[in-house]
Write a protein that binds this ligand. Structure first.
Ligand SMILES: Cc1ncc(COP(=O)(O)O)c(C=O)c1O
Length: 399
C-alpha cells in the first residue's frame, strides 16, 4: 500500500474562512469584549459548555480563532491557540504541563531563550531539567525519572541544526507516559511533528510562518483537551498569564501563512545552493540537506515531500573576530543584514554564540560543539542566488 502524502499546504488551502460580509479575508475583530443577548449564554460560555460564542479577547477572539484553526490544519492537530510570542507559546505549554517538583528532559541545544527559561527560571517552581544530546535516544530514555512530565526538543535545533528523531522520541514518551513537546520553528511545512507522534507542537510565528519580520507571535498546536485546558478560565496558563496575540496581527499572519509553502521551497533551494558552494570552497558548513550532515537521513525520513530541507545553515569561521569581519562585509555589500532572527525574505546572519545563544554559558556552548566563529544564516528568497554567492565569495576572499 502506498503511503498517503501528508500535505499541510493543501489543508490550509482547503480552509474556507470568510469575513462578515463575504469578504475573502476574515473580518478583523476590533473588540476586547463581546455582548450576549441572553445572560444564560454568558454563564455557559464562562463554564465552557457553550461553543461558538466569544467572551473576552484574552480568552478567544474570532481573528485569533481563524489563525489558530489554520495552524491546526497545517499541523494536523485537533486544535491550536495563538500567542503574543514564540516564548509565550513555549513557556505557557511547559507551565501548563508541569507542576511544582516535576522534571523535564530537554535537548541541550535549543534556542537560547528556551534554554534560559529551562535552566534559570524553572528552578523558581522547583521544576528540574536534565539536558541531553537529543540525537542519543538511549540517553533520552535514561534521563527519564518518575517525576518526568515531558521531553522537550526542536525538530531542527537552534543553532546546531541537529535533527530530532521525532518518531523515536514519541515512542519513548509514550512508553514512559510523558508528553513530547516539539518546537518546529525552523521547519514549518517540511515536518509535521504531531503527525509523527509528538503531543504538542510550538512555534515562534515571528519567523518563517509570518516571514515579514513585522511582528512577534507564537502558536501552540495539540489536542482539543490540551488547548481547552490552556484556555480554562479557572486554571489555564494561557488564560491566566494572558499572552494574547493582537487580532490585527493575527489577521496579517493568516494572510502570510497562505504563501508559506512557496516561501519554504525558495528558502530551501537557496540554502542548499549556498551550502554546496561553501562546501566546495572548503569551509566547514552545517546544512541538513547535505548528505554528510549527521541528521540528513533522519530528516529525510520525516520530511513532507516537496518543501526542501529548510532555509537555515551554519558555517564555522573559527574565531569571533573573523566572523565579525565577514558579517560586516556581507552587510556592506548587500548580501543581507547582520541581525538575529530568521525566516525573513532577506538573508539574515549572526554569530550565534554572541547573540541568540549568548544565554548558554560558554562551557555548555563548547560541549554542544558550538564554535565561537559559528555564523548562522537564514537564507532569504533571493531570485538570483548565484549572484548572491558571487558577493559572498568576494567577501571571503577579502578576509
Ligand atoms: C527555535 C526558536 N524558538 C522560539 C523562539 C522564540 O520566539 P519569539 O522571539 O517569537 O518569542 C526563537 C527565537 O529566535 C527560536 O529561534
Amino acid at each position: 500500500m502506498t503511503k498517503m502524502k501528508n500535505d499541510p499546504a493543501s489543508r490550509i488551502q482547503d480552509l474556507q474562512q470568510f469575513g462578515e460580509f463575504g469578504d475573502v479575508n476574515p473580518s478583523i475583530t476590533d473588540s476586547a469584549t463581546y455582548t450576549f443577548m441572553q445572560a444564560k449564554s454568558m454563564t455557559e460560555t464562562f463554564d465552557g459548555t457553550l461553543e461558538g460564542c466569544f467572551l473576552y479577547s484574552r480568552h478567544w477572539n474570532p481573528s485569533n480563532k481563524y489563525l489558530a484553526d489554520a495552524m491546526a490544519a497545517m499541523e494536523g492537530t485537533e486544535s491550536a491557540w495563538v500567542t503574543g510570542s514564540g516564548m509565550s507559546a513555549i513557556t505557557g505549554t511547559i507551565l501548563q504541563l508541569c507542576n511544582y517538583g516535576d522534571h523535564i528532559v530537554s535537548s541541550q541545544t535549543t534556542y537560547g531563550g528556551t534554554f534560559a527559561f529551562l535552566q534559570n527560571y524553572l528552578p523558581k517552581f522547583n521544576i528540574s531539567v536534565t539536558f541531553v544530546d537529543i540525537t542519543d535516544l538511549k540517553a533520552v530514555e535514561k534521563a527519564i525519572k518518575p517525576n518526568t512530565k515531558l521531553i522537550y526538543t526542536e525538530t531542527m535545533t537552534n543553532p546546531m541544526l541537529q535533527i530530532s528523531d521525532i518518531p523515536g522520541l514519541a515512542a519513548i514518551a509514550q512508553k514512559n507516559n510523558v508528553k513530547l513537546v516539539v518546537d518546529n520553528t525552523f521547519t514549518p511545512m517540511l515536518v509535521s511533528p504531531c503527525i509523527l507522534g509528538a503531543d504538542i507542537v510550538v512555534y515562534s510565528m515571528t519567523k518563517f510562518i509570518n516571514g515579514k519580520n513585522d511582528c512577534v507571535a507564537g502558536a501552540i498546536c495539540g489536542s482539543k483537551e490540551f488547548i481547552d485546558s490552556l484556555c480554562n478560565v479557572n486554571n489555564g496558563t494561557a488564560m491566566l498569564l494572558g499572552p494574547v496575540l493582537d487580532p490585527l496581527r493575527s489577521s496579517s499572519i493568516l494572510k502570510n501563512l497562505h504563501t508559506l509553502h512557496i516561501r519554504m521551497v525558495q528558502h530551501g533551494k537557496n540554502a542548499l545552493y549556498l551550502a554546496e558552494q561553501f562546501k566546495k570552497k572548503g569551509i566547514s558548513v552545517s546544512y541538513p540537506g547535505l548528505p554528510e550532515h549527521s541528521g540528513h537521513e533522519t530528516l529525510k525520513k520525516m520530511l513532507n515531500s516537496g518543501y526542501g530541507y529548510g532555509g537555515i545553515l551554519a558555517i564555522d569561521m573559527e574565531t569571533t573576530e573573523r566572523s565579525n569581519d565577514f558579517m560586516e562585509m556581507m552587510e556592506k555589500k548587500g548580501v543581507g543584514y547582520l541581525a538575529v532572527s530568521l525566516g525573513y525574505f532577506k538573508t539574515l546572519f549572526s554569530n550565534s554564540g554572541k547573540s541568540t545563544s549568548s544565554e548558554v554559558p560558554e562551557d555548555i556552548q563548547k560541549n554542544m560543539g558550538m564554535s565561537s566563529g559559528l555564523v548562522r544564516f537564514s537564507v532569504g528568497l533571493d531570485n538570483d542566488i548565484k549572484r548572491t554567492w558571487t558577493i559572498i565569495e568576494e567577501c571571503l576572499s577579502a578576509l
